[in-house]
Design a binder for this molecule. Structure first.
Ligand code: ADP
Ligand code: MG
Length: 269
């Protein structure tokens, strides 16, 4: 491994992960994120999942996915730790960006985010990787608000069938997940629809105070259409992604060859 804790200077904690602590640290004039996971305090199953995050993330090289650099093990009083060295995204996450907005985003900005997120999802799906926790909190933004999909801690390799365990955040659960059915990559497409909707409406398509209420809405209710201030294309697209029938949802492959997608990509250059 190229790195050890000694490689880094100016270490500081920037976040709390579900399995550990997230640090920001400097190495040769460049900032990195180090995701530190206390393997000692985790069950065997959770430890395996953490190691799986490294395996999967190390296979993903795309400008639309947080760069993975390295990982190393070390030992502290509490036991063994897994340290994952990642690209630092200085502009935070998409959820925080949307939370700060008081006015709807211009349509071009939405297309720009949407196109980049979709290209990232396409990169994952073309390698049979399902992210399984797509949400605005896991969409990171680097310099110039370039989109980087992050947190591959729930991702699965299609090949090994860990089909049924529900790992994502309930707000972004697709109808088939609410019914406890097997995962396919279409759950990421539903979540992409939720993210698109959030960008347009600054709120999620389905909310609920308890899981049962939320589930019921996801399964049976129609979401409020996005503001009519946006184009018909954007409204149609959000409805296609949020189709309750997984097989009718477009794939990432379908999305990137859509006329709209191509035309808007060209406008963005
Ligand atoms: P978890 O699996 O616990 O959700 P995440 O990978 O999403 O872990 O990281 C948790 C938090 O750490 C994020 O919400 C964010 O605040 C921060 N963080 C994680 N990765 C990065 C990154 N690459 N750049 C900047 N901040 C990050
Ligand atoms: Mg996360």
């Amino acid at each position: 491994s190229e790195f050890s804790w000694k490689s880094f200077s100016e270490k500081s904690i920037i976040g709390k992960g579900s399995f550990g602590t997230i640090y920001k640290a400097k190495y040769k004039e460049k900032w990195y994120v180090i995701k530190v996971i206390d393997l000692g305090s985790l069950s065997d199953e959770k430890s395996m999942q953490a190691i799986e995050e490294v395996n999967i993330h190390s296979k993903c090289k795309s400008q639309y996915i947080v760069d993975y650099y390295d990982s190393f093990l070390d030992e502290v009083d509490k036991g063994e730790r897994l340290n994952i060295v990642l690209e630092y995204c200085e502009n935070g996450d998409l959820h925080s960006l949307l939370a700060k907005r008081t006015q709807y985003l211009p349509e071009q900005e939405i297309w720009s985010f949407f196109i980049q997120i979709t290209l990232g999802v396409h990169h994952l799906h073309s390698q049979d990787i399902i992210h399984r926790d797509m949400k605005s909190l896991n969409i990171f933004l680097s310099e110039g608000n370039k989109v980087k999909i992050g947190d591959l801690g729930s991702a699965s390799d299609n090949s090994q069938d860990n089909g049924k365990d529900q790992v994502s955040t309930p707000y972004y659960f697709s109808p088939e997940l609410c019914r406890g059915e097997k995962y396919t990559d279409k759950c990421d497409i539903w979540a992409l629809g939720c993210i698109l909707y959030e960008m347009c409406y600054l709120k999620r398509p389905f909310e609920g105070n308890e899981f049962d209420e939320l589930k019921d809405r996801i399964l049976h209710e129609q979401f409020e259409p996005i503001p009519d201030f946006y184009s018909k294309e954007l409204r149609t697209l959000s409805a296609q992604l949020l189709n309750k029938n997984a097989t009718k949802r477009p794939s990432a492959e379908d999305l990137i060859i859509m006329d709209n997608f191509i035309a808007n990509s060209k406008k963005l250059g």
